[in-house]
Design a protein around this ligand. Structure first.
Ligand code: ADP
Length: 179
């Protein structure tokens, strides 16, 4: 983690529908240091950082090199929340904290159905949540002590999770001031 950063890089990851964007938006509002919320999926679309649109999965095949080039200066600077459904692509040195959101699979199913996802995509994501795919990915990509698994089922969870991350940021700042 580069010592020049004045604000951390926080990765918020999890299966689609677990609440990443909702958490990232609230965290950006409540953080004691300025944090820019980067919805990586939106960035990929806006900047055309993809190869082709996969009709079957209704998603883009991301051009990983282009995406990393786009994000590198932002990550080096710090002060960002990276909101994406996968995290293993990001270099380990980028992340100060990796939050993996989890949700009961029946609740997740309802959220994805409301979002209008095709059945196949709902099933795939539901299975991934049950199999803890994103959590495993985070644990195998980053140091154990920076990976935090948090439940995201109700508003109380959202509020307590964000409060917990805010506390973590405050501790991160204090550490910096002392060193
Ligand atoms: P993601 O970014 O992971 O795909 P979203 O933040 O878009 O997920 O959330 C998906 C839906 O679930 C939204 O309607 C959101 O309001 C709801 N949701 C997510 N997390 C929570 C939570 N902890 N409490 C209540 N509703 C939530």
């Amino acid at each position: 983690m580069p010592s020049s950063r004045k604000a951390p890089v926080i990765v918020i990851t999890g299966t689609p529908g677990t609440g990443k964007t909702t958490h990232a938006e609230l965290l950006a509002q409540e953080s004691p240091v300025p944090l820019k919320h980067i919805n990586v999926g939106e960035l990929v679309k806006e900047k055309g950082l993809h190869e082709e649109y996969d009709e079957e999965w209704q998603s883009y095949t991301v051009d990983e090199d282009k995406l990393l080039d786009e994000l590198e200066p932002l990550a080096s600077e710090g002060g960002i929340i990276l909101d994406w459904h996968t995290c293993e692509l990001f270099p380990e040195r980028w992340a100060d904290l990796v939050v993996v959101l989890r949700c009961d699979h029946t609740k997740l199913w309802d959220r994805l159905e409301k979002r209008g996802y095709p059945l196949k995509k709902i099933q795939e994501n539901n299975q991934a949540e049950i199999m803890e795919v994103v959590l495993d990915e985070a644990r195998s990509s980053y140091a154990q002590e920076i990976v935090v698994e948090l439940q995201s089922e109700g508003t109380e969870d959202l509020e307590s999770n964000v409060a917990r991350i805010v506390q973590w940021i405050e501790a991160w700042q204090e550490d910096r001031e002392q060193s």
